[in-house]
Design a binder for this molecule. Sequence first.
Ligand code: SF4
Length: 278
Amino acid sequence: MIEEQTSPKKKGGRKGKTSGKEESLSNETKKPKITRIPPYEPGQTQPFPLSRSKVSNFLQCPRCFYLDVRHKISPPSGPILTLNGAVDKLLKTEFGLLRQTQQPHPELVRAGVSAVPFQHPDLAIWRDNRKGARFLHQPTGFEIYGAIDDLLMDPATDKIHVIDFKCTAKQQDVTSLEGDYAPILKRQIEFYAFILKKMGLDVSETAYFFYSNGCADRPGFHGRLDFRISVVPHQCDTSWIEPTLRQIKDVLEAPKAPEPSEKCGHCKYLAKAKELGP
Ligand code: SF4
């Protein structure tokens, strides 16, 4: 199947029963049969699945995105960060337990956030990399989607907050988003907030990054890695998303690939290598 369509149901609310819910949901997400998404065809009328990461790729280099989405020539991928994946999985388990008792995570409480893990029958689908939270953007025909880490609900406001788990190893505590990757991380969480809002959820502008910061300042490894946790709030600005989707549509409908990005030297390298000959 092409990335399966999911239809969001009405929110279950934090007061709903949780017993057995996660279990039955895991059955829904079992045995996914994956078929690669076919290349985008200019003028196509059927919805085209467009992931959060593809949108991010477009913003980094429209040419690379075009080669990938129109011609299925994918950029080389990096190694899979299995340690990050392990932390992510454990945190999901931790938040899952707190969801059952509707308790806030102690690290969030320490950061002054009293929101609790959100309960919804479709949560497992929204967190599934092969499915994700989805919304059909009518003006472009893109079925945009992304897999969230988790959602919180503030009992005082009933607003939903997107939370994203990040893993790093820095000397200093992470108290803000800085550096080259900051815009990418911000756009990631903003994209999720945008989709969920469009799906009809009452999503707050305030999202949270839950940082696990590996401590390299211990006297040895001894088979154990400690983490310092910090919670970094982010005020989502989703105003860039609609114009970006329209730009993507224009690029995909164009007969020629866009120019290479000035920031990436690979295309220049290849062109120069070709010019010099064998
Ligand atoms: S400039 Fe870099 S990112 Fe863009 S198409 Fe070339 S190799 Fe890909």
